[in-house]
Write a protein that binds this ligand. Structure first.
Ligand SMILES: Nc1ncnc2c1ncn2[C@@H]1O[C@H](COP(=O)(O)OP(=O)(O)OP(=O)(O)O)[C@@H](O)[C@H]1O
Length: 463
């Protein structure tokens, strides 16, 4: 018993001394010296090891590391086979269950006869500024990375074939299963990761816009995704810009949702007023992942369009120091040379208010005008809401739609009120007649005001 006690106390005092020595060394010996000894020991062990370990961190500076993202998706499919603990999840829009490796857990894999061992590591981020020169990294509370070990002699095969294979597999897995994610900005000025499942109900099947326009947009998107070789051959950055403009309620946000589902790209909803300055904006844009859509809604409202630095005007937007020239520089410059398969969408209700710099050819590749409801959009809406594609009132409605400006949102609002479709379309006709009369009355009032002002001007001239 006394022996047991003395062993215990020896262990306790050894542990205490170790902690003391560790805290003294941490306190008094510079990091660089500790690192030097640590790395010396490490190098010695490494020399005799036949294994090679590759570390794949989640972030590479401010951008998310694509190899990490690929490993995450790929290992999900392997986790069920060899991990001890497996994370299972499925969001509403996911087609299948997804699995993931839990923190600290290991997964085995084999590639062309080479055995590999993966581990998912998470640790608290150190807050020491000496360790994190990058502002963004120091804001993260957790550092996450994968380590993968394999026999050194196969390093050529692993780097040359296995990792590219993991990237390709991950791309296919994401396409097959993943739901579109919506990323918004967090308080710290970076994207919330992993983002929430995007569940807007609109797709190209249900979007009610002119049928010809819809075809054009879908073809353009299809050409874009298949354009890898084209962009490479022509030396152009693999990105595309769309400007959606038109009155409120004509389907700009709906079209963005349809685009995201069609391509299975994540959406990054960039609220320009949430970024403190151009630098933060740059970090946000650079840290988006590939195969994504950057959306800046109501561009004319969220940024002072005339605060271009080259005009020598103020560069502030209220308290916000994001500038249009800053935004354009990031998109044209840095954004073009890193990342691929990226789409940017600006929306506005007032195209005429936009700075010409934004409209310059090559900046926004396609300008899409979403306008008031025409008959082809109306047909789509009645089919969506009531499953009908023919009705005796269609002809009359077609005529009315040529005379009255009514948005798809208004028509949708009326259609949703109808319970008996066959009878209910009468209400749509009434609704449009009322709008037509209101329009005529507003026009008469407007003419009266103008006549009155003209009369006053004339009598002033006489005096
Ligand atoms: N083209 C459309 N096809 C089908 N539904 C539409 C269309 N346009 C509008 N709607 C209906 O009206 C609602 C509002 O439309 P949406 O938000 O897409 O318009 P918006 O042009 O983005 O408007 P805002 O400029 O105010 O943001 C949608 O949720 C949808 O129900």
């Amino acid at each position: 018993m006394s022996n047991y006690k003395s062993v215990l106390s020896a262990v306790a005092s050894l542990a205490a001394s170790a902690m003391l020595i560790r805290s003294i060394t941490n306190e008094f010996i510079p990091y660089e010296v500790i690192d030097f000894f640590n790395s010396g020991l490490h190098n010695l062990c490494r020399k005799f090891s036949t294994q090679l370990t590759v570390v794949i961190e989640e972030f590479q500076g401010i951008s998310r590391n694509q190899v990490f993202e690929a490993a995450e998706a790929y290992l999900g499919t392997k986790a069920t086979l060899s991990a001890q603990r497996v994370k299972a999840s499925k969001s509403e829009n996911d087609k299948n269950l997804s699995f993931g490796v839990d923190r600290g857990d290991e997964v085995n894999d084999e590639f062309e006869g080479v055995r590999l061992r993966w581990k998912f590591v998470c640790r608290q981020a150190e807050s020491s500024p000496r360790r994190h020169h990058d502002m963004n990294a120091s804001l993260r509370s957790e550092i996450r990375y994968y380590v993968v070990s394999f026999p050194k002699k196969h390093k050529q095969k692993i780097f040359g074939s296995y990792l590219p294979y993991v990237m390709e597999r991950a791309k296919a897995i994401k396409q097959e299963n993943a739901a579109v994610k919506l990323h918004t900005i967090d308080y710290g000025g970076y994207w919330k990761v992993p983002g929430v499942t995007f569940s807007h109900p609109m797709t190209f099947e249900t979007l009610a816009i002119d049928a010809e326009l819809k075809r054009e947009v879908v073809n353009d998107l299809n050409r874009f995704v298949k354009g890898k070789e084209f962009y490479k051959r022509t030396g152009k950055a693999w990105k595309r810009g769309y400007l959606l403009y038109g009155p409120p309620g004509t389907g700009k946000s709906s079209l963005i949702a349809a685009m995201a589902y069609h391509l299975n790209y994540d959406i990054y909803d960039l609220d320009l007023t949430a970024a403190r300055d151009n630098n933060e904006l740059k970090n946000l844009i650079l840290s988006m992942s590939n195969r994504s859509i950057l959306v800046i809604e109501d561009i004319d409202c969220t940024i002072n369009l005339h605060n271009r630095e080259e005009d020598g005007e103020a560069v502030t937007n209220g308290d916000n120091k994001v500038t249009l020239s800053g935004l354009l520089n990031i998109i044209d410059g840095l954004w073009s040379c890193c990342g691929e398969e990226r789409i940017i969408v600006f929306t506005t209700n007032h195209k005429e208010r936009l700075d010409p710099a934004l409209l310059r050819p090559g900046r926004m590749d396609m300008h899409i005008h979403l306008s008031y409801c025409n008959f082809s959009a109306f047909e789509q809406l009645t089919f969506n809401y009531h499953g009908i594609s023919q009705h005796k009132l269609f002809q009359q409605i077609e005529g009315l739609l040529r005379e009255v400006q009514v948005t798809p949102a208004e028509i949708a609002g009326e259609l949703i009120k109808i319970s008996d479709t066959r009878e209910g379309l009468e209400d749509i006709v009434k609704f449009m007649h009322n709008k037509k009369m209101l329009l005529a009355k507003t026009q008469i009032d407007q003419n009266n005001i103008e006549d009155h002002e003209f009369g006053e001007e004339k009598s002033r001239d006489k005096i």
